[in-house]
Design a protein around this ligand. Sequence first.
Ligand code: G1P
Length: 214
Amino acid sequence: MSLPGRRRRTLWGVSDISELADIHYVRQKERDGLGDAVQYARKHVGDEPFALLLGDTIVESEVPCTANLISYAEEYESSVVSFERVPWEKVPSYGVADVPDLEPEQPCFPVTDFVEKPTCEAAPSNLAITGCYVLLPEIFDALSETEPGVGGELQLTDAIRKLSTVHGVVLEGDRYDIGNIPDWLQANVRMALHHDDGEINRAVERLLREEIDG
Ligand code: G1P
């Protein structure tokens, strides 16, 4: 969309994504797991580290989550995965970290192992993978050597277990899992209210007040 007389902006006030990157779109032929979906990216990624951002996870934070992961991936020359502590009863919906120290002191810590969707009893921690990763290209060979896992699907988490080095970072800011309708709505409303364009946040605030106050 081009606005006459104004600099072209995205919602977040930066240049259009299309000016920053080449966009390729690949459709996963059948539902065969996150690991299978990631394999489709191989020919576009080549032999470079890359960010993998699951579309149903939105993060709002002062330091962008991806920038944070990239800086640690460069510092440690390692794949880096972002985590969030989730309530124990939610652990079976996530991949979780097995870490030597359950309360890691450093912001970026080594992860010894992972388990995809464990039961609450079997879970080694409640540090859940949030859906933001920076991965070294060795992940593609690891994926091609990985057997189907939970749900009979090729699980990315199982391939990550095979990598030479993986670090974890606890996500800062707010995460919205927009794979369900209430959270999707909440994410839209909150992000509109936080928006620094006065027109948008005032309009949404007014609308909400009208709806609530009648
Ligand atoms: C995927 C990953 C899981 C991760 C989750 C984050 O699961 O397999 O490790 O914790 O995303 O949203 P899915 O939500 O696709 O079942």
